[in-house]
Design a protein around this ligand. Structure first.
Ligand code: ADP
Ligand code: MG
Length: 267
């Protein structure tokens, strides 16, 4: 990776992309998991990523959040290269601390909620702004209350995660992601672990974020949600993006046989 790739990958745009993934390759041992992935997410856009199990969707989100390091290629979030910084005409690896700071500007919502079991709901949401030094405890608690209201859980502030349904826990996880006021929120199958009757309440919260202009990247099999909310639908298979475009194109007139086959299974 050179400074030139950084420039050609979008750093010269007037408004930087919220997320820019440029020719990313990722291997696990001899197994190629991402094979030249290119993706641009504009600020305020909602991107839905579809694809079969094992196609590389989680790995792609983890590369964007620097939980995995690609073997080659370039990722930036809000115009800031992930994991490296420019030093003259060279790129230097960031320190672990700087990487943590970058990661704190990217929201991540996991399939299994990953709440802190020993903290109340309110403290789960308030923890990160305090730990990162962004807010003093009283301000963080005030923000946490406001965000719990936004996801419809103002009355659960004093509860512990185990006392909540899966849908409520996932809404807490979304409030927790919002507490760092991230430039983008990545969702990795946020409703896959939920009982069917709880899926709707979580999708409603994500929809609310989408319509209020939050930049979202959502891996999901919920095609109805994609149709309703996505600006762009991306289909990934075998570590490659096979097609991407507005939902009306990718979902209704897919160009690839693999996309048609996948959609016929999930619809
Ligand atoms: P998806 O989220 O689309 O189901 P993943 O990104 O989780 O796909 O995985 C893509 C491929 O990489 C799969 O074949 C998976 O088995 C493999 N894989 C994922 N994580 C690891 C890992 N840490 N070590 C080795 N192989 C992995
Ligand atoms: Mg996955």
């Amino acid at each position: 990776m050179t400074a030139e790739t950084v420039r050609s990958a979008g750093a010269t745009d007037i408004v930087p992309a919220a997320v820019e993934v440029h020719d990313v390759h990722k291997w696990y041992g001899a197994h190629r998991v991402l094979d030249g992935v290119n993706l641009t997410v504009r600020p305020g856009e909602v991107t839905v990523i579809l694809g079969p199990s094992g196609s590389g969707k989680s790995t792609l989100l983890r590369v964007v959040n620097h939980l995995e390091k690609p073997e080659s290629g370039y990722v930036s979030v809000n115009g800031e290269p992930i994991g490296v910084r420019r030093h003259g005409d060279r790129l230097r690896e960031l320190s672990e601390r700087a990487i943590l700071a970058q990661r704190s500007r990217i929201g991540f919502v996991f399939q299994n909620f990953n709440l802190f079991p020993h903290l109340t709901v309110l403290d789960n949401v308030a923890a990160a702004p305090v730990a990162t030094g962004r807010l003093a405890k009283p301000q963080a608690l005030e923000l946490a209350r406001e965000l719990l209201g936004r996801v419809g859980l103002a009355d659960k502030a004093a509860a512990y995660p185990r006392q909540l349904s899966g849908g409520q826990q996932q809404r807490v996880a979304i409030a927790r992601a919002l507490a760092l006021r991230p430039g983008v929120i990545l969702f990795d199958e946020p409703t896959s672990a939920l009982d069917p009757e709880l899926v709707g309440e979580v999708l409603a919260v994500i929809k609310d974020l989408a319509t209020s202009g939050t930049t979202l990247v959502v891996v999901t099999h919920e095609v109805g949600f994609a149709r309703e909310v996505a600006d762009k639908v991306v289909f990934i298979d075998g570590g490659k993006i096979l097609e991407q475009g507005p939902p009306g194109e990718v979902l209704d007139r897919p160009r690839h046989e693999r996309t048609r086959e996948f959609l016929s299974k999930v619809l």
